[in-house]
Design a protein around this ligand. Structure first.
Ligand code: SF4
Length: 135
């Protein structure tokens, strides 16, 4: 198989922490404790966001977690061959979490998640604490 054919076989990678403008999947809600309550099965972002409180002054990204296509070199976190944010977050939780005891949350994008593909299950405990910075 050629490199091009191999790449064509790969699923599109999804960014698990994307701004609303790039969102295609509603990943979950931020709980009052600052954790992500993941939503399954996969729900289109536009469908879910049509039902959210439009009167709130808080940015959508501070209340919900959204996923969308990874834009690689168009993102400031892209290192050239992987997501630097996913790597940094996973590293920051590595000592606090025993990978053998990680219970993976039920999330809608694991099969195509950029962070999971690059960092493995250790990405998920870190992911559950992330509130997207939309600035
Ligand atoms: S890092 Fe884990 S929990 Fe977060 S979106 Fe990816 S697969 Fe799901």
């Amino acid at each position: 198989m050629t490199d091009a054919a191999r790449r064509a076989d790969l699923p599109e990678r999804m960014c698990p922490s994307t701004p609303v403008a790039n969102a295609t999947v509603f990943l979950g809600m931020i709980t009052p404790a600052g954790r992500v309550a993941y939503v399954t099965p996969s729900t289109p972002a536009d469908v879910a966001l049509a039902a959210v409180d439009a009167d709130s002054d808080a940015p959508i990204e501070s209340r919900y977690r959204l996923a969308g296509p990874c834009v690689t070199s168009s993102c400031g976190f892209w290192t050239g061959d992987h997501c630097g944010l996913g790597a940094r977050l996973t590293e920051s939780y590595r000592e606090a979490v025993d990978p053998a005891e990680v219970e993976l949350p039920k999330c809608a994008i694991r099969r195509t998640c950029r962070w999971f593909a690059e960092q493995g299950p250790a990405a998920c405990p870190a992911c559950s604490h992330v509130v997207t910075d939309s600035r």
